[in-house]
Design a protein around this ligand. Structure first.
Ligand code: ZN
Length: 136
């Protein structure tokens, strides 16, 4: 159980879908910019809603956008499965306030801080390694 009401879930789903749509729109716009820049045709003479264009759109999505969209899709799937809002690590409720600020959150705030500490340690160690490598 994630302790969220269906109204809260609806609200979060709306936020996620808005974010996804905005990312998809951005991706499409950057492609028509590229097309119109390339051959001098105004972008609106090109129908970007055809199947062929959406394939192109998908291919050219920038990595970050692709990553974010995948993450949002995954989150929406978890919502359908009913496991949304539970911490991946400890199973605790993530909490509505945190989810509203960051709807794709997979960890409760405690586990997130723990993860960040661990990542920082790895980073510090890596920087140490780099320093050491410098002398070899
Ligand atoms: Zn947790």
């Amino acid at each position: 159980m994630n302790g969220l009401t269906s109204e809260q879930l609806d609200e979060l789903r709306q936020i996620l879908e808005d974010q996804r749509n905005r990312l998809l729109r951005n991706a499409r716009r950057s492609i028509s910019d590229q097309i119109s820049g390339g051959d001098g045709l105004p972008a609106d003479t090109i129908d970007v809603s055809t199947d062929e264009s959406s394939k192109v759109t998908e291919l050219r999505l920038r990595d970050r956008e692709k990553y974010l969209i995948a993450k949002i899709e995954k989150t929406l799937k978890r919502m359908d499965e009913g496991s949304y809002g539970e911490c991946h690590d400890c199973g605790a409720e993530i909490g509505f306030a945190r989810l509203k600020a960051r709807p794709v959150a997979e960890l409760c705030i405690d586990c997130k801080e723990e993860q960040e500490r661990a990542e920082k340690q790895v980073q510090d160690r890596r920087q140490e390694d780099d320093k050491n490598n410098f002398f070899f």
